[in-house]
Design a protein around this ligand. Structure first.
Ligand SMILES: [Zn+2]
Length: 431
């Protein structure tokens, strides 16, 4: 019954995500969870059959592919727990899971229909992904990694060596090829979509050897998992290119030579400038030191150079914000901000920025032929907005101009009442 339901979107302006100029929309017909046709309304679809046909009038609205955030963490960071460092989860898997489910709901209601989650605590993101796919809870499509695989001195290895990285930390120590490959196998067994390696926090030293990265990449690929790496440094970016990872996160300090190696190897880069911009703009209000804010400014400058150079070299740029990595990056507000970064710093037109963040970033959610563009046959993930994103790309941010969200062919109640996460005082008695 539900599989046969039809949704028809009439009128409005269609921005298809494939890069075509906007066109007046006649009718988008969604059957079940897929787009059946775009253009003239097929004769057999009877709009007066309201029992089976749901109609949305998008007059004076713009229709786009559902947003995709290629870098968002759900299971640590925000809303912050009393006493928990920002880069770690709580010590309760149960509480963190429920919080992550709530975060996923907030993300979807802001118009984000697909999410790539490069790392979290336990296998919470796998569980949230599966619960959403099973229809138990509401949320975007999720493509996720497990805990970051790290060595001593990498990002997330914040405790002394005699403490290590307990399960509630978003990193997992592995200091040899054997340990790394074992962890890849463990994570694949538990259902991750991809492996997240992580070099040093700011790229000032290289903590993962090229042969280690190559071994992990081979093992991940052997098990049909993808792999990405947090690589801000020059050496780690180069090693990632040579190892053949599927995409590189950050690459802020990559030299022009490193970027040529990336271009030769052919993988995309996801610069993640939204986090750096947030750090520069409001980092001090969130307790970051001036030293840390200055570092973020330097990295933002580096990322802008990489963005521009990568584009010249024909490297595909993916869009991710790092939302949820800390209280600095609240859910539901910043997921479309990376488009603005591409326009501001990369010389993209708004139309090009939309395609980068939808069509291109679909790769980071493993759905490159299924979502990200509005075409007959694709999964029916789309949003309607009340302002023209080609006139001002920022209207896509924060769900402020959302008229409707459709995920998997179903209309999402995006205005459902929720407590603003910033208002939550999270202090469960057991933690
Ligand atoms: Zn991240």
């Amino acid at each position: 019954m539900e599989r046969d339901s039809t949704l028809v979107i009439l009128n409005g302006t269609l921005i298809d995500g494939a890069g075509n100029p906007p066109t007046p929309n006649e009718a988008i017909v969604v059957q079940g969870n897929r787009i059946r046709s775009i253009g003239r309304l097929p004769e057999e679809v009877r709009l007066e059959d309201r029992e089976h046909v749901n109609v949305i009038d998008a007059s004076e609205q713009w229709i786009l592919p559902g947003l995709i955030d290629g870098h968002c963490h759900l299971s640590f960071g925000f809303p912050q727990m009393h006493g928990a460092p920002s880069s770690q989860g709580t010590t309760s898997a149960e509480f963190s899971t429920l919080r992550a489910a709530r975060n996923a709901q907030t993300v979807l209601r802001s118009g984000v229909t697909s999410l790539s989650v490069p790392g979290g605590t336990w296998f919470i993101d796998v569980a949230v992904r599966d619960a959403i796919a099973a229809g138990l809870i509401e949320g975007p499509r999720i493509f996720c990694a497990g805990r970051f695989i790290v060595t001593y001195g990498s990002i997330t290895d914040n405790e002394p060596s005699w403490v290590g990285t307990p399960e509630h930390v978003n990193g997992k120590l592995a200091n040899s090829v054997d340990e790394m490959v074992t962890e890849v196998r463990r994570q694949c067994k538990h259902g991750v979509d991809y492996i997240k390696m992580a070099d040093s926090t700011w790229g000032n030293l290289q903590t993962i050897a090229p042969h280690e990265l190559a071994a992990v990449t081979q093992e991940a690929h052997r098990r049909n998992a993808r792999i990405t790496i947090h690589a801000r440094g020059s050496g780690s970016t180069r090693a990632a290119a040579e190892a053949g990872v599927d995409w590189i996160l950050h690459a802020d300090l990559a030299t022009d030579d490193d970027l040529e190696a990336v271009a030769d190897a052919g993988m995309p880069i996801m610069p993640t400038m939204t986090f750096l911009t947030r750090g520069v703009e409001v980092g001090r209000e969130y307790g970051r030191s001036q030293h840390a804010v200055d570092a973020m400014k330097r990295h933002l400058d580096g990322a802008i150079h990489v963005l521009q150079r990568a584009r010249q070299l024909g490297i595909t740029l993916l869009c991710g914000t790092d939302s949820g990595n800390s209280p600095l990056m609240p859910y539901g507000e910043l997921h479309a901000n990376e488009m603005d970064m591409l326009v501001q710093y990369g010389g993209y037109t708004p139309l090009e920025a939309i395609s980068a963040c939808t069509r291109d970033t679909a790769f980071a959610v493993g759905l490159e032929n299924e979502v990200g563009t509005l075409e007959a046959g694709k999964l029916a993930d789309l949003i309607l907005v009340t302002a023209d994103p080609l006139a001002d790309i920022r209207v896509l941010q924060g769900g402020t101009h959302l008229a409707a969200v459709v995920k998997d062919g179903k209309i999402v109640d995006h205005q459902a009442q929720t407590v603003a996460p910033g208002q939550l005082e999270l202090q469960p008695a057991s933690v």
